[in-house]
Design a protein around this ligand. Sequence first.
Ligand SMILES: *Cc1c(COP(=O)(O)O)cnc(C)c1O
Length: 228
Amino acid sequence: MSEIEKARQAVLARIAAASLAAGRAADACQLLAVSKTFPADAVRRCYAGGQRAFGENYVQELVEKVAALRDLADIEWHFIGPLQSNKTRLVAEHAHWMHSIERLKIAERLSEQRPANLPPLQVCVQVNVSGEASKSGCAPEDAIALAEAVAALPRLRLRGLMCIPEPTEDQAQLASQFAKLRSLQAELAQRGLVLDTLSMGMSADLETAIAEGATLVRVGTALFGARH
Ligand SMILES: *Cc1c(COP(=O)(O)O)cnc(C)c1O
């Protein structure tokens, strides 16, 4: 077994254990392998073990890896980083998912630019659950209106909400940030917009995120090692 595959099995075991501990099904939460800064070969080794969904933060790196790994027909690319409006076309053309919609203008451009021969781009609205001014994501009080506007765009399919909490040693503080995302999902469902995805949890905090309802955890370091 390759080192990456050993690491992946360990992460999958953490996900299953956390899901069961939360009273959820062992497969209630999906693993997104965050391959940013690691070479295409590392993605290929991870894919060989059975991983299909990979996350990238930088548009140029996404485009290069998509090209280098064209032969892996069923690989699924998720863009998870901040996106400037002059780079939306590349994401619309190359990604299957985009997690970091934080304003309507970006979503409108992605919808307009999604090629007609591809299925709709799967998207999440990113919410700033920490309240820190420096963090990306829309303000929680704007999330409902943004999600409803994004859901109406023809070439996007809104799947859920995403967050990156403020790192903290305080478990209750961390859990309450994840719970904020889940309560927004519940509010949307009450208004008739049912979304199946909560993209939250990373290498250090995936257990807490799963306890709060994560359906997809985005894991880099625990799979590929430390980034430089
Ligand atoms: C880098 C990154 C991750 C992965 O973080 P790790 O701590 O390495 O697991 C997850 N989500 C986003 C948005 C990231 O930028």
